[in-house]
Design a protein around this ligand. Structure first.
Ligand SMILES: *Cc1c(COP(=O)(O)O)cnc(C)c1O
Length: 415
């Protein structure tokens, strides 16, 4: 292999995406992406698509926040935009209970560090103004924990992940919001895994001033299209006072291309950076799918199918430690304990894309993003049981499928 090798055309196989994300992109989204015409970022229909997406995004978030739009990129791009208002020396209390809130804490440390703190440890600075509260993997952040920490530290900013995908735990967003209000902190929330899966309206959480999500989990869009964000007027006012150190992810400047100028909706966006007509078409369709289905119905479907998966793996002797409805995080039965990584790798080698946890302890993560049908769940469970049997679990496949059939028939009969 040399520097000027031209490699064969890259072929990527279709896999069963049954991890924490990216989820199984909806066919309607893929069709919209490839069927969009060639058009530049200032073409009328592309700009109209952005304005329409902005309004649909407000409905999805359940908000009147004018500063609600998509940040080009992945979930962390939206999070970076949200964290951009955090300035060196700002006081922050941040909660972490898994991989992703852990990375968010790292971002906050970078933003809040003084130049000296940054130079002391450039890749992983520790800011004296940031207090990190670490909750053990597998546990949720509770309102009491947030209340106690905010009462003690009285920070300008508080941060928490709504659903921590690393450990599969739902954190107490009501308690977080109430504590922020009580102690005068501005709440920032990583809603990457919850938006489009849980039925909630952000305007019900007055203590939270910034929300950031992603395209490829509950929103069912392609990865690397648009990460939804929403900011309260209070957040924007604070940003106007302090400014921030970014052009591309500046929440006020980036909003201009989505037709949000001087805090008001205008008919047409103005240039901030180049947008892709393909990405806009895909994002627009993903939002239409969710709103047509309705968030309440979607949330119900997730709970229903997650229960089937969770009950099945429990019957196989696994211990479920998660409570998210799009993801099951589990420990293997005692006779297979310690072989989680081996199991996951064997599944992935066969195009069955489940995941390990990325921080310790090593657990298995099986997700159901956009796999909301009896057939899809049955395939996931069957393939998982086969993988366990390949490692010598000795499960009776007939029992597994009989129980699953009973669950689905019973539920359908009850409806
Ligand atoms: C997936 C995830 C992220 C990161 O999103 P990317 O699209 O990979 O950038 C951040 N936070 C949470 C809670 C996540 O689940």
């Amino acid at each position: 292999m040399s520097a000027n090798t031209i490699f064969p055309k890259l072929e990527i196989p279709d896999t069963l995406a049954a991890g924490p994300g990216p989820g199984n992109t909806d066919q309607r989204v893929l069709d919209s992406f490839i069927n969009a015409g060639m058009a530049d970022h200032m073409q009328g229909d592309v700009l109209r698509g952005m304005i329409e997406s902005k309004f649909m995004l407000r409905t999805l978030f359940g908000t009147q926040n004018t500063h609600t739009f998509g940040v080009g990129g992945s979930g962390f791009s939206g999070l970076d935009c949200m964290f951009s208002a955090v300035m060196p020396g700002d006081t922050v209390v941040a909660f972490t209970n898994g991989t992703f809130s852990g990375i968010d804490v790292m971002t906050l440390q970078m933003k809040a560090s003084t130049t000296t703190e940054l130079a002391t440890n450039a890749a992983s600075p520790k800011a004296a103004s940031v207090t990190v509260i670490t909750i053990p993997h597998g546990q949720s952040v509770t309102g009491e924990m947030v209340d106690a920490a905010l009462a003690e530290h009285k920070p300008k900013w508080a941060f928490m992940a709504h659903w921590e995908t690393g450990s599969g735990r739902i954190n107490d967003i009501r308690g977080f919001s109430d504590a922020c209000l009580e102690h005068g902190a501005m709440g920032l929330v990583d809603a990457v895994s919850s938006l489009g899966v849980a039925n909630f309206s952000i305007d019900d959480y007055a203590g939270v001033d910034g929300w950031a999500s992603c395209p490829q989990k509950g929103v069912l869009c392609l990865p690397m299209t648009y990460a939804p964000v929403s900011f309260s007027d209070r957040y924007i006012a604070s940003l106007k006072e302090t400014g921030c150190y970014t052009y591309v992810h500046h929440p006020i400047l980036e909003a201009r291309h989505w037709g949000i100028i001087d805090g008001k909706d205008v008919d047409k966006g103005t240039y901030h950076r180049t947008h892709s007509g393909y990405a806009i078409a895909a994002f627009h369709e993903a939002l239409r799918i969710t709103l047509q289905e309705g968030l309440a119905q979607r949330a119900k479907n997730y709970a229903f199918h997650e229960h089937a998966l969770s009950a099945a793996v429990t019957a196989m002797g696994c211990e479920v430690t998660s409570n998210m409805t799009s993801l099951v995080v589990l420990n293997l039965p005692a006779n297979l304990a310690g072989r989680e990584m081996e199991l996951v790798q064997a599944c992935r080698a066969k195009g069955f894309g489940i995941w390990p946890t990325l921080s310790s302890p090593v657990q298995v993560r099986i997700g159901i993003l956009n796999q909301l049908s009896r057939a899809a769940i049955t395939e996931i469970i069957t393939r998982y049981a086969e993988a366990m049997n390949d490692m010598g679990a000795g499960l009776d496949m007939a029992t597994v499928t009989t129980q699953l059939d009973a669950y689905y028939s019973q539920q359908i009969a009850a409806e």
